[in-house]
Design a protein around this ligand. Structure first.
Ligand code: F6P
Length: 549
């Protein structure tokens, strides 16, 4: 029993029933499941918004799904979900509400935190962002010398970078192609150098994105960006026209030298990795325009509503979360691949890495005790078809079970030439072929039937039974992007709720930050740093020697 009165997850009857079921199922053969149920290919599908979700190629039966839903009921996923939507402080270690869903709530919705409706403030900031984005896009907002802004550089890291950077790539076809939009995150000076080397400071707007405005990488890069700008424009007053801030921390913004009139606010109940639909999305809004941004928010809202209200049997984020639990906890899968068949989604998996791994990479439960079960998976992947010629070999014939999501679209983006549009069917033929090959493989007899010499038969056999989810939509629009992101946000939520961890804190990133601060004087001044271990000490000495210090 837990301190919070809950039975330990792995001691619940629902967990035990799943473990027993897993044993009884043994080696599930997808060929057999499909043969036994001719309706499986259409029956094991769901729709949410514009997304068609096929989960038929999973190692599950009706009974598996029923038992998984029972686990969700026993762990009160729905209760925690409702508490989140109500604005309760479910991020207990930071004593904060978790209300990214309020960022896309309708203007007339009422969501209270500490007795105050937060929705009017959300829309007030969105309106200010829209006004500012409109002025930059139209050329009304000019730089210090009166020149039009042609370049936007977002400076931020983690959630203050990955979301807008990913969404900008995804929605490139919807962006104003006359604007150059870049994202600087790494404290490696090369990042800012490459982002600014061909830009005219007089035409460049820096957006400093940081929830806390204390993150060392962002503050360092922002300071260097200001130096670069002033070198070009020579006058401190230029900052007002070339720097805006996105933050929850007005005091630090002012301390840095950005007028808080040029600050777009968000709130402590928005987690960094859940924030790109807040003010953190300003660079994206400038790129795609306020109307497209609002379409994206509408897409988020479709999935929010679905997650909040759909019954367990047809609740897509719940289903995806439960499938992850099935593989991570009952099949010992360590990782989860997300494989989008869209070049525009090239940064999508990197974005999901933070969303999922910073949320659910925890070994301590909400009750403060160590968990006795696996939590978040390693999330990885790159767009198809590139991955097919790199690491798919391991997914097909390696020794690890890697559940994967395949995301694809029926239509190529509208602006491609007819010739390039014609390539889309080839892309999607690969998309469908891969999940088929992964699921059903090729038996030794089939290989022999092709006249393959006996000694090569084992090499050319594909065992199959590699589970995949297919997510298919007609077109990659701002709304569909919102739907996809909300789907994964809520999937991560479901898993955190079941594993009884706080998915909304990130204490695990603190130690490295503290140590970096401590080690820096050892590198720069050769200072004696107390408590430095022997290995790090030797590495630091070698570094200094290599740098000629
Ligand atoms: O180091 C982790 C983290 O705190 C993330 O959670 C966050 O998204 C990122 O750093 C950036 O933080 P900030 O927006 O406060 O600069």
């Amino acid at each position: 029993m837990n301190a919070d009165g809950r039975t330990r997850l792995n001691q619940t009857p629902e967990w035990t029933a799943l473990a027993k079921h897993r044993e009884e199922l043994g080696e599930v053969r997808l060929r057999e499941l499909f043969a036994a149920d001719p309706g499986r290919g259409t029956g094991y599908t769901l729709r949410v918004g514009d997304l068609y979700v096929d989960y038929s190629k999973h190692l599950v039966t009706d009974e598996t799904l029923r038992l998984l839903r029972e686990l969700a009921a026993a762990t009160d996923v729905a209760g925690l979900r409702d508490a989140m939507f109500r604005g309760e402080k479910i991020n207990t270690t930071e004593d904060r509400a978790v209300l990214h869903t309020a960022l896309r709530a309708a203007r007339d919705a009422v969501i209270e935190v500490d007795g105050e409706n937060v929705v009017p403030a959300v829309h007030a900031v969105l309106d200010r962002m829209a006004d500012f984005a409109g002025r930059v896009r139209s050329g009304e907002w000019t730089g210090h010398t009166g020149k039009r802004i042609r370049n936007v550089v977002n400076v931020g890291i983690g959630g203050s970078d990955l979301g807008p950077a990913m969404a900008y790539e995804v929605l490139r076809a919807f962006t104003d192609r006359d604007l150059t939009v870049r994202f600087v995150s790494n404290v490696d000076g090369a990042d800012l150098h490459e982002a600014t080397r061909d830009l005219d400071p007089a035409e460049t707007l820096f957006i400093i994105a940081s929830k806390t405005f204390t993150t060392i990488e962002t503050v360092t890069n922002a300071t260097s960006a200001r130096t670069w700008l002033l070198k070009g424009l020579g006058d401190d007053t230029a900052v007002a026209k070339h720097f805006v801030a996105l933050s929850t921390n007005a005091e630090k913004v002012a301390e840095f030298g950005i007028d808080t009139a040029n600050m777009f606010e968000f709130w402590d109940w928005v987690g960094g990795r859940y924030s790109y639909d807040s003010a953190i999305g300003l660079s994206l809004m400038i790129a795609i325009g306020p109307d497209r941004f609002r379409e994206m928010l509408d897409g988020f809202r479709v999935v929010d509503e679905h997650f909040r209200t759909a019954p367990a049997e047809s609740n897509v984020p719940l289903l995806l979360g439960l499938l992850g639990v099935w593989y991570g906890n009952f099949h010992d899968a360590q990782s989860h691949a997300v494989l989008p068949y869209s070049h525009y989604l090239s940064k999508f998996t990197a974005y999901l890495q933070q969303l999922d791994m910073e949320s659910n990479g925890k070994y301590v439960g909400r009750d403060g005790r160590e968990v006795e079960w696996q939590t978040g998976p390693v999330v990885w992947g790159t767009p198809g078809t590139n991955g097919q010629h790199a690491y798919y070999q391991l997914i097909h014939q390696g020794t690890k079970l890697i559940p994967a999501d395949f995301i694809g679209f029926a239509e190529p983006v509208a602006e491609l030439s007819d010739e390039l549009k014609a390539q889309h069917d080839l892309l999607m033929a690969n998309f469908f072929a891969q999940t088929q090959a992964l699921a059903f493989g090729k038996t030794p007899d089939e290989v022999r039937g092709e006249g393959v010499p006996e000694e090569l038969v084992p090499h050319k056999t594909f065992m199959g039974d590699h589970p995949t989810t297919t997510i298919l939509a007609r077109e990659l629009t701002p709304s569909v992007l919102g739907q996809l992101v909300a789907l994964y946000e809520h999937k991560v939520f479901v898993q955190g709720a079941i594993w009884n961890i706080d998915s909304f804190d990130q204490w695990g990133v603190e130690l490295g930050k503290v140590l970096a601060k401590r080690v820096e004087p050892a590198l720069t001044e050769g200072a004696e740093v107390p408590g430095l271990d022997a290995s790090t000490k030797a590495l630091v000495a070698t570094y200094r020697e290599l740098r000629g210090r």
